[in-house]
Design a protein around this ligand. Structure first.
Ligand code: NAD
Length: 245
């Protein structure tokens, strides 16, 4: 069986670049119509145009819950429904706890965790009515193992994992499946700044001896969005090349 998402509508937050962009491309290639979302409408429309005719651009700042609620309504009005919600938008504001400012704590928690909550609250209404839906939250291995200098980010991703499990229990009876993917180190703008030495040291900790690609993460998301994953909910899929076992 191949991944076939024909007739499905997907909303992917933070999909103008990086992992979110790859998810939007993969879901569109699998037949879904995709809402490409960024903070800036022009960028979202450019990304959607590059992805192709199944993609449409929308703008919303996920840390603004009213904007997220409006985004969901706009996508439902444009597409008719949201069958697949991918909460991918995320930021880092790293610092040691001693130096971490309230504003950096709040910015990360609001974008990474409250944004996902707001999108789930808004999009689950239509899914409940249709008794069908998939919600996939992009967490991080850091939300499982923690990391020095990333207390805010780790807390947001651990929160996202607990949100995933709680919502899976709440919505399971309505046939809404809710899972998280937890990427390890993925080649993106976030990791491009690493020195070759740091990259080599990291590679030694990974069973597959390489960083992941955005496509590696997108493949896991497409699987979880598909009929192939019809009996999987409340799970955290670690996509880290065997770094953490
Ligand atoms: P990225 O910075 O390349 O892309 C993030 C996307 O989210 C961008 O499109 C950005 O515009 C959008 N975004 C950020 N804040 C937003 C906001 N407030 N409202 C709307 N959109 C917003 O990052 P990425 O590496 O592609 O990461 C995507 C997700 O994967 C994030 O949740 C990140 O935490 C997670 N992740 C990344 C890695 C990695 O190694 N790159 C590892 C684990 C988890």
């Amino acid at each position: 069986m191949q991944i076939d998402l024909a007739g499905k509508n997907a909303l992917i937050t933070g999909s103008t670049r990086g992992i979110g962009r790859a998810i939007a491309e993969t879901l569109a290639e699998s037949g879904a119509r995709v809402a490409v979302v960024g903070r800036d409408l022009k960028r979202a429309e450019e990304a959607a145009a590059a992805i192709g005719k199944r993609a449409k651009g929308f703008a919303a700042d996920v840390s603004d819950t009213a904007a997220v609620t409006k985004l969901v309504a706009d996508v439902e009005a444009a597409f008719g429904s949201i069958d697949i919600l991918v909460n991918n938008a995320g930021i880092t504001r790293d610092n040691l706890v001693m130096r971490l400012k309230d504003e950096d704590w709040d910015a990360v928690l609001n974008a990474n965790l409250r944004g996902a909550f707001a999108a789930i609250r808004a999009a689950s209404r239509g899914m409940m009515k249709r008794r069908s839906g998939r919600i996939i939250n992009v967490a991080s291995i850091i939300g499982i193992i923690g990391n020095k200098g990333q207390a805010n980010y780790a807390a947001s991703k651990a929160g996202l994992i607990a949100l995933t499990k709680s919502v899976a229990k709440e919505l399971g009876s309505r046939n809404i499946l809710v899972n998280a993917v937890a990427p390890g180190f993925i080649e993106t703008e976030m990791t491009a700044a690493m020195t070759p030495e740091a990259r080599e040291a990291l590679g030694k900790q990974i069973a597959l001896e390489r960083l992941g690609t955005v496509g590696d993460v997108a493949g896991a998301v497409a699987f979880l969005a598909s009929d192939l994953a019809s009996y999987i909910t409340g799970q955290v899929f670690v996509v880290d090349g065997g770094m953490v076992m």
